[in-house]
Design a protein around this ligand. Structure first.
Ligand code: C2O
Length: 360
C-alpha cells in the first residue's frame, strides 16, 4: 500500500518503455493546509431508487443516444473547467494514473524508498476498477445524475474494434492520437513496441479482426486458466515495482491498445502510449471499463462467483489505495472491496462474445 506522505516527483520512464524520450514530472496532489488529509474508509454503495445500478453500454452502441452523449460531454466539460487542483478536475483525475503507475508514492511499511506501483502485478485489475468507479461517480455527480454510467470500448467484438466514434468528437476527442489508427481501422491487439520500431504495416481489417479474436481467446481462456496467469504476479512489499509476470490481459489487449492509440510520432507516444499522460485521453476510461468487464467475464468463465477471491491472501486482499470520491472525500479502498463487481452498483450490458469461438 502507498504511504501518502511520501509523494515525490517521478520519471516518465517506467522499466524498458519503448519511448524516444522521457522527463521528470511531479503529479502529486495539493495537500490541505494541515498537511494531513482526512481519510475515510470506503463504504460499498447501497443501491436504492436514489442510486440505481449504473449500466455500462458498448461505446459503439451509444452513438445514437443523443441525450446520453449530451450528458457525458457536459460532465466532461464541467470537469475540464474545474480549478486544476480540485480533486474532481480533469487534470487531477488524469494525474491519478501518474501517481500510482509512475510511482509517486513510496510503499508503506517497506524500506522507505521503494515506490508503490500497481502495474505488472495482481494490483492491476483492482486498482483500475476503483479508478473508473470513482471517475464515473464523479462525472454523474457533476451533472446531478446518480445513474450515469461510462460506456465501454467493446474491442472484443468486431463492430467495436475501431476507436468508438463518440471519442473522436467534442469533449471526448483527444488530438494526441495516432492518425493512422482513427476509425474505421480495427485495433491491433497484437501490436508490440518491437513491431512499432520495425515500422510494421497492419494487415487488412478482416485479417486483423481474426487475429484479435484468436488472441482474446488465448488471453481469456486457453492461456489464462489460473489466476496467476490472468491477474499477474504477486507483488510483495519491498519489491521494487514489477514482480515480473504481467497477466495475460494486461499484456494484450491492455498494453497493446495503449500503444496503438498513442501518437508514436510524439516523443513519449502521448497521450495513451505513455503512463504519465494516458488518462488525459477520454478514451482511457472506456478502455479501462472494458478491461474491467473482461475481468468480470474471466471470473464467470472460470467459476469465481460472488466475492470468492482469486487469491485468498491477506497481503492482496488488504492492499489499499486512496481515491477522492464523488463527495470529494479521500477514501481508503481495499482490494477485497473490488472483487465482487455486483456490490459496487454497476453492471455491463451483455453482448455476444465472438472470441469464445475463436479457438485457434
Ligand atoms: Cu494503468 Cu491502461 O493503465
Amino acid at each position: 500500500s502507498p504511504n501518502l506522505s511520501t509523494c515525490h516527483s517521478v520519471s516518465s520512464q517506467i522499466g524498458d518503455t519503448p519511448h524516444k524520450a522521457f522527463h521528470e514530472l511531479n503529479c502529486c496532489p495539493a495537500l490541505p493546509d494541515s498537511g494531513k488529509p482526512i481519510i475515510k474508509d470506503f463504504q460499498l454503495p447501497t443501491p436504492s431508487a436514489a442510486s440505481p445500478i449504473r449500466v455500462r453500454r458498448p461505446a459503439h452502441h451509444v452513438a445514437r443516444d443523443k441525450e446520453y452523449l449530451a450528458k457525458y460531454n457536459k460532465a466532461v466539460s464541467i470537469m475540464k473547467r474545474l480549478p486544476p487542483d480540485h480533486p474532481h478536475s480533469w487534470h487531477r483525475q488524469s494525474q491519478i494514473h501518474c501517481i500510482y503507475c509512475n510511482g509517486a508514492y513510496n510503499q508503506a511499511g517497506a524500506a522507505s524508498d521503494v515506490p508503490f506501483m500497481i502495474h505488472e502485478s495482481w494490483l492491476f485489475f483492482p486498482f483500475h476498477r476503483f479508478y473508473v468507479y470513482f471517475h464515473e461517480r464523479i462525472l454523474g455527480k457533476l451533472i446531478g445524475d446518480d445513474a450515469f454510467a461510462l460506456p465501454y470500448w467493446n474491442y472484443d467484438s468486431p463492430d467495436g474494434m475501431p476507436i468508438p466514434d463518440i471519442y473522436t468528437e467534442g469533449q471526448l476527442n483527444d488530438e494526441k492520437r495516432n492518425a493512422r489508427h482513427l476509425p474505421p481501422a480495427p485495433v491491433a491487439i497484437d501490436i508490440t513496441p518491437e513491431k512499432v520500431d520495425a515500422g510494421y504495416v497492419e494487415p487488412d481489417a478482416a485479417e486483423q479482426t481474426a487475429t484479435n479474436l484468436a488472441l482474446l481467446y488465448q488471453h481469456m481462456v486457453s492461456g489464462a486458466s489460473k489466476p496467476e496467469l490472468f491477474m499477474g504476479c504477486k507483488l510483495r512489499p519491498g519489491e521494487d515495482g514489477a514482480c515480473s509476470g504481467m497477466g495475460t490481459i494486461e499484456t494484450a489487449p491492455h498494453n497493446s491498445l495503449h500503444l496503438w492509440v498513442g501518437n508514436t510520432d510524439l516523443p513519449e507516444y502521448e497521450d495513451m502510449g505513455t503512463i504519465y499522460a494516458a488518462a488525459r485521453d477520454p478514451v482511457f476510461y472506456a478502455h479501462h471499463t472494458n478491461i474491467d468487464r473482461l475481468w468480470a467475464l474471466w471470473r464467470r468463465l472460470h467459476g469465481y462467483r460472488g466475492s470468492r477471491p482469486e487469491f485468498d491472501d491477506p497481503l492482496w486482499l488488504d492492499s489499499h489505495f486512496y481515491f477522492y470520491d464523488e463527495n470529494a472525500d479521500l477514501v481508503r479502498v481495499r482490494v477485497r472491496d473490488a472483487i465482487d463487481m455486483d456490490r459496487l452498483g454497476y453492471a455491463y450490458e451483455e453482448v455476444d462474445l465472438p472470441w469464445l469461438d475463436a479457438r485457434p
